[in-house]
Design a protein around this ligand. Structure first.
Ligand code: NI
Length: 172
């Protein structure tokens, strides 16, 4: 129990397609989820996928904190197991992303502006909803982790990819 070690870009587990979770209610899965939420909050981050903690399973935790809700729904730490994500329509939004596996960096990547997703939690409850904005952004980023995709692999403009400290200088 406690904080988990986060795999950094370069570790092979981040580039694997993760396996479905056979029993979402298993004690080991509940423990993993509790530790992942603790690790995400400690970082602090807004999402963490199991492959990022060296577990190649199809689950992630995420949250939408008040500062990122932009007037929309604030979502407390939530788990999504064996998720499916699909875009609604073809509108694209540009998202500035970071990743706990790529510390200190940011990049701008295109994402579907509106999505539908579903999955289950540890009690087998079905989660099914639609999302836009930051909520849709974090779901797509975490879902990518389950398929071995990191956000730099979606960059279309490398001039918007770099170190947070350099972007901060520009903004300042
Ligand atoms: Ni990430």
């Amino acid at each position: 129990m406690g904080l988990l070690k986060i795999a950094k870009m370069g570790h092979p587990v981040l580039f694997q397609r993760a396996e479905p979770v056979a029993d979402p209610g298993a004690l080991e899965i509940r423990r993993l989820v509790a530790d992942m939420i603790e690790t995400m909050e400690d970082a602090p981050g807004v999402g963490l996928a199991a492959p990022q903690v060296h577990v190649s399973l199809r689950l992630f935790v995420f949250r939408v904190p008040p500062a990122r809700a932009a007037g929309g729904e604030v979502i407390p730490p939530t788990v999504l197991i064996n998720p499916e994500v699909e875009p609604i329509g073809d509108e694209v939004m540009l998202c500035t992303e970071g990743c706990l596996s790529i510390p200190g960096m940011r990049g701008v990547v295109p994402r579907a502006a509106r999505i539908r997703y579903r999955g289950v939690d540890c009690d087998g409850r079905e989660i099914q909803t639609e999302a836009t904005g930051f909520h849709a952004n974090v779901i797509q980023h975490e879902y990518d982790h389950l398929n071995g995709v990191l956000y730099p692999m979606r960059l279309v403009d490398f001039t918007s990819f770099g170190y947070v400290e350099e972007f901060a200088k520009l903004a300042g």
